[in-house]
Design a protein around this ligand. Sequence first.
Ligand code: BTX
Length: 321
Amino acid sequence: ASKRDKLIRLLSKNGEQYISGQELSEQLDISRTAIWKHINELKKDGYEFDSAPKKGYRLTRIPESYNESTIKWGLSTEWLGNVLYFKESIDSTQNMAHDLAKKHAPHGTVVIANEQTLGRGRLERPFESNKGGIWMSVILRPQMAPHQAAQITLFTSVVIAEVLSTLTGLPLKVKWPNDLYINDKKVCGILTEMNGELDSINYLIIGIGININQNENQFSSNLREKATSINIASNLTWNRAEIVQDILTALEKNYEQYMDTGFHTYKQKWASMAYKMNEMITIQTPQKTYSAKLIGIDDNGALLIEHGNETVPLYSGEIIW
Ligand code: BTX
């Protein structure tokens, strides 16, 4: 490693403690003037330091660095992300995940990219995936019937909404079937793709796209009205590697709980965070368009609406208002 990397490592290892210029100079075997020059260079790159006479230096801020090492460093999951690929740029993490799954990639394999050039949503709709967001696909090999896959999308949205709201304090809402919203704008989309037989799942790929550090100008003009990012909503820049770690940790823990105890807990959590819960919505299904009250989801993940005196489950559709 370069002297610069060693310096960063020494300072970050020391955490809140000051480390003297003398000690740094001895450990790195360079002059104190050279240390001082390195520190000034690092400041230009967004590192921040406290320095105090006699005590030395202390690192107080590391610029956001998003790569394979920062994601893996300190990731404390058991199986989710044990095999993890990071790409600076890719067509779609879903495509790479499908290729890997076909080549027997293990349950829990994760693909992450800093940017997607052909990110996609449902029905081949394009999903804008500029640098600044989290674009990630997870390969799962659950023992479950194909019809349960709809639960997985809803389960995932609940877990991610919990992680993001705990971390940021923002009012995250889950929008059926596969989005997260903040203040009437989409901040995250989830795309579950399945490979399997009529009665069994071979593998699932859960695609997760979250707008994190993008500003308004990074969205195309037709998206600006309907999309937001964690940065726009909070006015802060976030460390994506840490968010990825939090998400993987929460997904692993909750996936085990979901497999053990079922969908019930997540169904209730979903209802407690649902966008437009108990409000009138307009929803377009392949058969017809309903104006009805949203009242929750059922055990299959179908949306429940109150239409006239009836409770109607909807298995596919788009809430348009
Ligand atoms: P969806 O079909 O529900 O939503 C797609 C729609 O969302 C688009 O038609 C557009 O209106 C809007 N949209 C596009 N880009 C964004 C954005 N960045 N933020 C907010 N709204 C947007 C949602 O599909 C599922 C998206 C999954 C994306 C992940 S990213 C990792 C993985 N790789 C990949 O190619 N897809 C998934």
